[in-house]
Design a protein around this ligand. Structure first.
Ligand SMILES: NC(=O)CCC(=O)C(=O)O
Length: 262
């Protein structure tokens, strides 16, 4: 399975410019791409004070845009995330479409990051990020979710072999980003496909370093801090190989540690 990650420099609060940028960049993706991945909040960025003017009502505009992209390029799309407004208020929401442009999944960020004031504006999601694309059990999570190993592990034990992480991760903590992606891939013995943005907004500078890491922690591709497209080929057989070589799933001591809150 071939994936293509769009590591974009996005325009703060300018949805139309960001759509144009995606339309332009997507033409450079190789024809054989199976899955296209976009960054977090590609529509509004972190222009949270203007969400009431910018957020997409029920995600309709973003959904139409993503569905059309998937259909036109005959590739599934893990549509980063967008600021959406619905009956429950604002959410930071991911949409996934298959290569025919059919809707597959919606996931809203479960862990909101205080450092970027998300709690003040967004309602946290309370559903899982599991989906299947091209017959491959997968999961989609959003940025700060990466810091919660239990949430990633939960998706892995439900069967996800590829975990997609979409992000606007600041440059100042890019060492955490790189280390956590590799740790999540190694501990869960799955592929992690992680797409970050680059560039600046009025409050943050974003670090890029989008990455694809394999189930033994092997770095398949890593970006720098420039805008661009990263591609990688995922050999899904590597998941079973890693799990038979180091059988951590068989050796979990649920009798000894129960991670539910007391
Ligand atoms: N957009 C985010 O969730 C950023 C996460 C982050 O900066 C961190 O966890 O550190």
């Amino acid at each position: 399975m071939q994936v293509a990650l769009l590591q974009l420099d996005l325009a703060f609060g300018d949805v139309e410019v960001n759509k144009e940028k995606i339309n332009h960049m997507i033409h450079k993706i190789p024809d054989e791409t199976d899955v296209i991945v976009l960054p977090e909040l590609w529509n509004t960025c972190y222009d949270l004070k203007r969400l009431d003017q910018l957020a997409d009502y029920d995600g309709w505009d973003s959904r139409a845009f993503l569905s059309h992209l998937a259909y036109r390029h005959e590739a599934a799309i893990v549509g980063g995330s967008v600021a959406k407004v619905g009956e429950q208020g604002f959410t930071n929401t991911m949409y996934i479409y298959n290569k025919k442009g059919h809707f597959i999944k919606e996931y809203s960020k479960a862990h909101l990051i205080p450092l970027m004031h998300e709690q003040k504006y967004f309602k946290a999601g309370d559903r899982d990020g599991l989906f299947e694309v091209g017959g491959i059990p997968s999961a989609g999570l959003i940025c700060y979710d990466l810091r919660f190993p239990e949430w990633v592990r939960w998706h892995a034990v439900q069967g996800a072999k590829v975990i997609y992480i979409v992000a606007q991760w600041p440059k100042e903590r890019i060492n955490h980003w790189r280390t956590l992606i590799q740790a999540r891939a190694i501990e869960n013995q799955c592929f992690v496909v992680a797409c970050n943005r680059v560039g600046d907004d009025p409050n943050f500078s974003f670090g890029g370093h989008s990455m694809v890491v394999g189930p033994m922690g092997e770095l398949i591709v890593e970006g720098g801090d420039e805008e661009g497209i990263l591609t990688a080929m995922l050999d899904l057989d590597q998941v079973a190989k890693a799990r038979s070589l180091v059988p951590v799933y068989n050796d979990i001591r649920s009798d000894l540690y129960d991670l539910r809150l007391k």
